[in-house]
Design a protein around this ligand. Structure first.
Ligand code: NAD
Ligand code: IPM
Ligand code: MN
Length: 349
């Protein structure tokens, strides 16, 4: 089990420590961890947010554990040198086009949600966010218009192959769940979405047991708050999935709770929390490491076929929440390290 460990910037460093302690507590015999710089710290140490030696390590590894990138000191750098380009570059290089972002209520902890407890308690959804296309990767730039005005542009585009390959993966996942798939788009306005909807309909023919629905993204944002329990699998593009997953996190309780797995065609994956480097709380030891720890669990499940170990970690995180050991993001006082301690203790008991 060769894992590239890229902690990155801000709270990425703090939460990664706890995830590695949790993996260590499992006593996995064949674990090899190799650390490398990524993001702002890599720019400062090597002049590039995704240095060649980091990429080389990643491409040789079986899986990548990724903390977060982003550093206010780098906000004015040219686009290709910004820390965020590292995570986009990794996703593209690894061809991890399918980003799984599960959001599930923790039993007995519905009161953590920003929603009313009876509404929050029903949340059990899995967002499939397309990760290597869309407006993120289309042509972009700034120019001057004929009228002499500054103009910025980002081209949104999807080809049919990009849509169908993630649709197949999402339909497959739905078959193993409640057999409902809601595809989210903006087909009333965007040509990208008109094609998206057509291709998803074509793919659906291979999965007659899955109930397919389509929803416009603005409605989906509203429905996620009104009645999130209606969703099983949500399938959407890169930008819509980015936004809806942050929203889903607050429906569960906090952005510090949501993990993700980014997969391509093989078993190699990229595992990261959905949140960022949180510069506003970095260095204070108060970040919630749960999303990072749960991302490590997803790694065990998806890259190493270790379902039992993955569930063990997930149960331990849920138990710790149930014990009332809550981070600042959930209105508690537990530090990053105390949450890590509690999860490790739970695994040992
Ligand atoms: P953010 O997710 O970093 O933080 C948003 C808010 O949530 C902040 O108030 C933060 O304190 C809080 N928060 C996030 N994670 C938390 C945790 N684990 N525990 C407790 N509180 C937590 O988003 P942002 O502030 O918009 O972005 C900050 C930087 O992170 C930017 O540079 C951005 O580009 C980058 N970013 C990186 C990733 C990534 O590496 N995958 C993801 C999102 C944002
Ligand atoms: C995420 C982040 C990234 C994204 C940024 C940092 C490029 O917001 O992983 O959700 O937009 O994909
Ligand atoms: Mn995001």
């Amino acid at each position: 089990m060769h894992i590239a460990v890229l902690a990155g910037d801000g709270i990425g460093q703090e939460i990664m420590v706890e995830a590695l302690r949790v993996l260590d507590a499992l006593g996995l015999p064949d674990l090899r961890l190799d650390h490398a710089d990524v993001g702002g710290v890599a720019y400062k140490n090597h002049g590039h947010p995704l240095p060649p030696e980091t990429l080389e390590l990643v491409m040789a590894a079986d899986a990548v554990l990724f903390g977060a990138v982003g550093d206010p000191e780098c906000d004015d750098l040219e686009r290709h040198l910004r820390p965020e380009q590292a995570v986009l570059g990794l996703r593209k290089e690894m061809q991890t086009f399918a980003n799984l972002r599960p959001a599930k209520a923790f039993a007995g902890l519905e009161n953590l949600s920003a929603l009313k407890p009876d509404i929050a308690g029903a949340i059990n959804l899995l967002i499939f966010r397309e990760l290597t296309g869309d407006i993120y990767f289309g042509e972009k730039g700034q120019r001057t218009t004929d009228a002499g005005l500054r103009e910025g542009y980002d081209i949104m585009a999807y080809d049919e192959e990009e849509i169908s390959r993630i649709a197949h993966i999402a339909f497959n996942a739905a078959q193993g769940r409640r057999k409902k798939l809601c595809s989210v788009d903006k087909a009333n306005v965007l040509q990208t979405s008109v094609l998206w909807r057509a291709v998803v309909n074509e793919v659906a023919a291979d999965y007659p047991d899955v109930e397919l629905s389509h929803m416009y993204v603005d409605n989906a944002a509203m429905q996620l708050v009104r009645n999130p329990g209606q969703f099983d699998v949500m399938l959407t593009g890169n930008i819509f999935g980015d936004i809806l997953s942050d929203q889903a996190s607050m429906c569960v309780g906090s952005i510090g709770l949501l993990a993700s797995a980014s997969l391509g065609t093989g078993t190699r994956g990229l595992y990261e929390p959905i949140h960022g480097s949180a510069p506003d709380i970095a260095g204070q030891g108060i970040a919630n490491p749960s999303a990072m720890i749960l991302s490590a669990a997803m790694m065990l499940r998806h890259s190493f076929d270790m379902e039992e170990k993955a569930s063990q970690i997930e149960r331990a995180v849920a138990d710790v929440l149930q014990q009332g050991i809550l981070g600042h993001d959930l209105g508690g006082r537990a530090s990053t390290c105390e949450i890590g301690d509690a999860v490790v203790a739970r695994l040992a008991s």
